[in-house]
Design a protein. Structure first.
Length: 458
């Protein structure tokens, strides 16, 4: 077992001589075997092996477990850091289950100790039977393929060098090395789902296949291998069809539609993970909500997900951690030539020129004789009407916005330059008429800068 264990460390995990490894030492048989094996191979590899124990405060005998690992590590000369958390109280505060809270607290504790002690890896004592139980647990919970990939041998900084070994291998090693260990009484408590899987479901499955744990663990490895491939495909797709900025993430709806449904679902899942930093709380129903946004006949629709907000804005899918703030109505008086600050960081420059210099999206010119000051730069208001250049006539501004596929957030923040009618929608369209004269005559020139926003359709 020792030679295979060493091969797993070096060849499959990538441990290098001199690395620091922190062992999550509960005192149970699995973690004791893990620590002993690391100490056995540690001398030849010059590994810096340390241990950490967290008392979860769940069982009355947990202080005895802490005393046991302290005594063992003292006798073996192993550095040990012990911590304590009141997991039952934390679970109530967070409205989480005990198992979930204990896992979260353990991970935080181990990461902190590893950081303080300069350990590259954190070693966990999971083995093949744990993998089979995890597979069944997630299967019964309705997990997708990513969840069925189960625990990985190496998911930085965590490593599971015992994952290829069966529980029988662990027990045989314990006996051969005369390793003391403690029994966790909660492992027999049927209140925990994992215990019912271990003591009720798996024995029944062994009646059909005595090697069921081995086969489930092998299936998890196969799924994990395929998931690694899909992750690479997802990263490639996100690089090409996703744009990230301070206002969230934007994904191209036409490009998403071209993807195979299996890849599209993974890309959406990957986008959520990139946005939120994790996928906690995200399930199949939430991915289905994103798919329905893409297929929605309405060009603008939205959905609220755990820790995320999603919206379809015409041919784009917009993802944010929270809904965008609603812009407040605004109005800026423009009594004459000069420079004026606009809401949202934009700036309007107004000048009178003796000739025309030409227009672009952010600059417009009018016959000064046909436009009287003061002007007003204001936000959109219900009932606004507009005669767009090139249009058949005056119409509701809202209908024009829909025709040019301007999303609702941009409509609310877009400054409208108004005299006796709406003259200009900067970056979108000028009004019909009032062109500068070809011969002599004053030209009113308006320019806007700093208005471009990555989430606008401008």
């Amino acid at each position: 077992m020792q030679s295979l264990f060493k091969h797993i460390l070096l060849e499959r995990i990538g441990v290098e001589p001199g690395d620091g490894i922190l062992v999550a030492l509960s005192g149970g048989g699995d973690s004791m075997v893990l620590l002993d094996l690391l100490l056995q191979v540690g001398d030849s590899l010059k590994l810096d092996v340390k241990a950490a124990h967290l008392d979860h405060g769940i069982r009355a005998e947990s202080p005895e477990d802490a005393a046991f690992v302290q005594d063992f590590c003292r006798r073996r000369g192993v550095f040990l850091r012990v911590g304590r958390r009141d997991v039952p109280a934390l679970a109530v505060d967070r409205r989480q289950g005990l198992e979930e809270t204990a896992r979260d607290e353990r991970r935080v504790f181990l990461r902190e100790i590893a950081r303080l002690e300069g350990c590259r890896f954190i070693a966990l004592g999971h083995h093949r039977n744990d993998q089979a139980e995890t597979f069944l647990h997630r299967l019964l919970r309705g997990s997708g393929l990513s969840g069925l990939a189960g625990m990985r041998l190496h998911s930085d900084p965590f490593i599971r060098p015992l994952l290829p070994f069966a529980r029988s291998d662990i027990l045989a090693y314990l006996a051969a090395r005369y390793l003391p260990h403690v029994e966790d009484s909660s492992n027999a408590d049927p209140a925990y789902t994992r215990n019912r899987l271990r003591h009720e479901l798996l024995p029944r499955l062994r009646d059909f296949n005595p090697r069921i744990e081995e086969h489930l663990a092998r299936l998890s490895r196969r799924i994990a291998l395929e998931e690694d491939y899909w992750d690479g495909q997802v990263d490639t797709c996100l690089e090409s069809l996703c744009k990230e900025n301070g206002d969230g993430m934007w994904l191209s709806r036409p490009e998403l539609a071209k993807l195979h449904p299996a890849l599209r679902a993974r890309v959406l899942r990957g986008a959520l993970k990139r946005l939120r930093g994790h996928l906690g709380g995200i399930g199949a129903t939430h991915l289905a909500s994103l798919e329905s946004l893409l297929d929605n006949p309405r060009p603008e629709a939205e959905a609220h997900l755990p820790g995320a907000w999603a919206a379809r804005r015409y041919e784009r899918l917009w993802l944010r951690t929270v809904p965008p703030p609603r812009p407040r109505p605004f109005a800026v008086d423009v009594p004459g030539p000069g420079e004026y600050d606009l809401p949202g960081g934009g700036r309007l420059q107004v000048s009178l020129e003796d000739r025309s210099f030409g227009e672009d999206r952010w600059t417009v010119e009018f016959d000064a004789g046909q436009v009287a000051f003061p002007l007003v730069v204001r936000s959109f208001a219900p009932g606004d009407r507009f005669y767009p250049c090139g249009g058949p006539g005056r119409r509701k501004l809202k209908d024009f916005f829909i025709d040019v596929k301007l999303d609702r957030e941009t409509r609310r923040s877009l400054p409208l330059v108004v005299a006796d009618e709406i003259l200009w929608l900067p970056g979108v369209r000028r009004c019909h008429g009032r062109w500068p004269r070809q011969q002599a005559g004053a030209v009113l020139r308006l320019s806007v800068s700093g208005l471009r926003r990555a989430n606008q359709s401008l």
